[in-house]
Ligand binder design. Sequence first.
Ligand SMILES: [Zn+2]
Length: 469
Amino acid sequence: MIKNITIILMVLFCAIGYSQTKQKAKYVFLFIGDGMGANQVYATEMFLNAKPNEIKSNKLLMNSFPVNSNMTNYSASSYVTTSCAAATAMSTGFKTSNGIIGKSPDQKIAYENISQKVKKEGFKVGILSSVMIDHATPASFYAHQNSRNMYYEISMELPNYNIDYFGGGGFHYPTGKKGDQPDSYQNAINKGYTIANSQEEIRNLKNGDEKIIAINPDMYPSGEFHWAIDQKEEALSLADFTKKGIEVIDNDKGFFMMIEGGKIDWACHGNDGVSMVHEVLAFNDAIQEAYEFYKERPDETLIIVTADHETGALSTGINYATYPELLKYQIISVQEFKRKMEELKNTNPEISFNIILDVVQADFGLGNSDIGLSLDDKELTLLKSAYRKQFKGHNKVNADADYLSKTEVKSIAETAAYILNKKAGLSWGSGDHSGTPIPVRVIGKGQEEFSEYFDNTDLPKKILKLMGI
Ligand SMILES: [Zn+2]
């Protein structure tokens, strides 16, 4: 009898010990900085450290994580992936062709994604983005469509999987491209979702609330956040949506949360280095919220920070020189400066080049020799060409031996950003994605799983394994 009890006790102790060593990652955060390659992060660190004649290397939170490896991201159709093909790989474990969301390259198979899998096992799911919630990256974590451009179809599919919390941007075409389709917000409501789209409604969301779509009330009509650099102090940030999301879906079983910093990519497509830096900082603030959660439950929490691809073929340093301290003189996004120029054109079409130069100086610092940003003749010619195009309709360029002049005259905003980036030592190889592998930073339960060079299709497999699925 005593012998039997001893054996039973031994088995019990072993079982407890086994379950402790096999403790799962209950709370998983996957942060995707869209377009965020190593240099996007490094440029941001240089910006933070920037002081003239001083070289420092303070790290962003993500770069302080113990695991920092790399991941390949080619798609089924190209070494250079699009967001949806990369996000499909990261959510389903399958490669697909550029342009497709959650389906096979022949568009015949709809892959089950990580959100569906973890929901089946009783975990809660949150999907967040600073761009439209039906945009390529977030969409790939719930939808299955032949094209990423099928925004309306994606938004109609969104409520079908009982995902607990959507946060951030809105729907791109809630009533279809022509505005003649049934409203996709109403479709979500009909399927049991609550739309919270005022600061008060979002603030009042609480733990245990289900089927929530929390939309930033302060955003562009097309459904994405304003640029972090232009954001009003009181506006909700990606960090606010992350904090609220954690509060809403926190539960004893666990959760999976995907958070996208969507406009890092947009800034890089426009070669707007300073706006990119501010987007990375806003993304880093959102990571900080997850990190605060991790500090309370380090044995059960896993945070992964990565990207879908790099955008812009950005390099830091031109001819061994960088002057990141100059970047702080740009105080507006290229997009908002463009809008400002359009407004000026409408109110004062005869405005002189010299007045435009004053506005450029106020918003980009360019032309101010006291701060090291004087303009040489070539740069002035480039700006004048842009002015003549924008205000006078002239397309001819007078500048030479410059890549801008070899292609086309850009807007004043783009030209100013180009000149400032170059002076600061940021060099852009393109306005598109590049095929470079992307960094993966990890902290928490099972972090060692990610320590070796791997492919983006392995990412969801590793996460599911660590969650015990
Ligand atoms: Zn992308």
